[in-house]
Design a protein around this ligand. Structure first.
Ligand code: S3P
Length: 175
């Protein structure tokens, strides 16, 4: 259950290709809240693309940046946050996000999600589809600990409506 009066933040979690950023933007507009894409925030902070960060400093450094970004972002209310696909699989980052926000998992099958992820090098962990398949399997149990699970293949507007109704059960219909 969301806290009485509704949550102060909503965090979207799920695998690459699940539409976290697209749905997050629609949701933020509907709530008149701010929207932050965690990967974009990390790129701004480090002055590097995610691909360059992985290459130059390694995945562990990227995960440390993610944790720091999650902590910072939990300090400001009325925000929708789209996480990177691995953030919620990291115990510390997951704890920070779960403590500070209403969390929503956008769930989809490997086939549906991988078809939406370009193999253009922008996502280092999407280059090998077998690794991707294994990652989704490993992460699924963590994603499932989110407060709400929705079908990622539904339209962004529909998903945003479902999130509002679940997070603000009393006022959902009015928003
Ligand atoms: C990652 C997903 C990416 C990005 C990075 C690592 C992952 O975010 O954070 O490439 O570990 O699954 P998206 O889920 O927005 O693609």
């Amino acid at each position: 259950m969301p806290p009485e009066g509704g949550p102060e933040r909503i965090v979207l979690v799920g695998f690459m290709g699940s539409g976290k950023s697209t749905v997050g933007r629609v949701l933020a507009r509907r709530l008149s809240w701010g929207f932050v894409d965690m990967d974009e925030r990390i790129e701004e902070r480090t002055g590097r693309t995610i691909a360059a960060l992985f290459k130059e400093r390694g995945e562990a450094a990227f995960r440390a940046e993610e944790l720091q970004a999650a902590r910072e972002l939990m300090a400001t209310p009325r925000r929708v946050l789209a996480t990177g696909g691995g953030a919620f699989a990291e115990p510390q980052t997951r704890g920070v996000l779960r403590d500070g926000a209403y969390t929503v998992y956008l769930q989809g099958s490997f086939e549906a999600l991988s078809a939406r992820v370009p193999d253009d090098g922008s996502r280092p962990l999407a280059a090998d589809r077998e690794i991707m398949r294994r990652l989704l399997q490993e992460r699924e149990p963590f994603y499932r600990t989110a407060d709400l699970t929705l079908d990622a293949t539904e339209a962004p507007e529909v998903l945003a409506g479902r999130i509002v109704a679940a997070a603000f059960p009393e006022v959902g219909a009015a928003r």
